[in-house]
Design a protein around this ligand. Structure first.
Ligand SMILES: [Zn+2]
Length: 246
């Protein structure tokens, strides 16, 4: 930081490149969150590739910062990585059954470089409770622009009428992993035949996917709530219907 007041919050360059364009990125983000939850807050921002401070590589992003409860960004990214691998396989198998596809948002971890001086002053005046600190790690993620919907709950309950593909995907992840995990809590946008999703939950037998991973109890509950549809049947997944619920 120089002698001038810093207006924006900024991050350092991400250590790892963005999955989609392979570029390391730094970001600048708003003073106040657009959404606040128990585990993280969401700020809107802009991201730039290394050495580019202008517009060529500009992307709209959201910057997620920790809130009241602890959050582990490594587990968050592990969930995205595992879900992306399974979605890529699922898209290939289900291509003849549905024209739509599933993907998960690009995201990277970056440390905060500058907390805006305006935020610091506002905090001194007692107008906000600021919980951003320089060098804290934040998650910078592709901005999912559109009608953001929660399609499937963390227990596999259907929250939206048009999500047969996502229900079949959850069943597919269970079958493909030989019952060792299930990907659920599917939320995001649907655009041009593609579900772009963020922050899924994975329940696993090993409990390796962070604090939202309810292990075998989570796997059983999602499976209990699942009811097969034509895509499950078309993929040859073991049939599961409502009569089997108990
Ligand atoms: Zn099914």
């Amino acid at each position: 930081m120089g002698n001038w007041l810093s207006v924006n919050n900024t991050t350092y360059m991400s250590e790892k490149p963005w999955p989609r364009d392979g570029a390391q990125r730094w970001s600048t983000f708003e003073l106040y969150p657009s959404w606040s939850g128990e585990r993280h807050n969401v700020y809107e921002g802009l991201s730039y590739a290394k050495d580019d401070t202008y517009t060529e590589t500009k992307r709209e992003v959201v910057v997620k910062t920790k809130s009241h409860l602890p959050i582990d960004w490594t587990s968050y990214l592990d969930c995205h990585k595992e879900a992306t691998t399974l979605a890529t396989r699922f898209n290939r198998y289900a291509a003849h059954l549905s024209g739509d596809k599933i993907r998960f948002a690009d995201s990277v971890i970056s440390p905060i470089c500058d907390v805006s001086d305006i935020m610091k002053i506002t905090k001194l005046l007692g107008l906000i409770t600021m919980n951003l600190h320089e060098d804290d790690n934040v998650l910078v993620e592709e901005y999912l622009k559109g009608n953001f919907l929660h399609f499937l709950s963390k227990w596999g309950e259907v929250r939206h009428s048009k999500c047969e593909l996502l229900e079949a995907f959850a069943h597919f992840t269970h079958h493909e992993s030989h019952g060792q995990l299930v990907v659920c809590n599917l939320k995001g946008i649907f655009n041009n035949g593609c579900f772009s999703l963020t922050n899924p939950t994975i329940h696993s037998s090993t409990g390796q996917f962070g604090s939202k991973d309810y292990r075998t109890a989570g796997i059983s509950e999602v499976y209990r709530n699942h009811c097969c549809n034509f895509i499950c049947n078309g993929l040859g997944l073991p049939r599961k219907n409502n009569e089997e619920k108990n």
